[in-house]
Design a protein around this ligand. Sequence first.
Ligand code: MN
Length: 256
Amino acid sequence: MTPRILISNDDGIHARGLAALIGAAEGLGELWVVAPEHEQSATSHALSLHHPLRIKQQEERRFSVDGTPADCVYVAVNHLMKDARPALVLSGINHGPNLADDVIYSGTVAAAMEGSILGIPSIAFSLVTRRTFEFAHAAQFARALVKAALASQLPPRMLLNVNIPAYPPLKGYQVTRLGRHSYGADVIEKEDPRGRKYYWIGGTGYEHVKEPGTDVTAVHDEQLVSLTPLILDLTDAASLGLLRGWTIEGFTQQKT
Ligand code: MN
């Protein structure tokens, strides 16, 4: 049976990276595309609970939604495709990196995360560049990875975060953990023509910690694709004991 593959992104239905991912998955399954009508980068895992969503059918099995990436996957799985769930959710290819704690802010990862929450193995793809976007080598890797995923027995909540170096040739890939990086924390203050202050956030610099086995090091220093499996349980197991040792006056701790 042909597997159904749902494709979404956060750069919007007209993004070149989405077209590249659709091309990459061509022939590997019955492709459904449900993507935001407008760019939704850095919207994280927002869901539109307080306004209605409009779905526009672009062509057969292609829809745009005036919502977030998570909205797209939600309406795709629970409504548009409810007769048969997708075997795989793909998101991207993002125009820019989603490394280290970028994954917390990323709309690209959020679309995949929504798939994982709904019990469908999901993969997020990002191209690590801020300037020119050449997707051919990224699409080539994505196709090979999707083939490998479809040939495997996948855990239902598998969530894979993939970052691809900006330019070919790729030296291969590495299974990594999230690394650490920083964009700087500047808040730039300016004045508008009416004399009112406004602010730009988002930082201006970039530095990453060079640690072997991390996504940032694999991609930036070794020209490798990074494959990082993510888990949605954010519980800090190491701090459970510390917290249990606290005394909060006037309140009794119920031990687990
Ligand atoms: Mn984006």
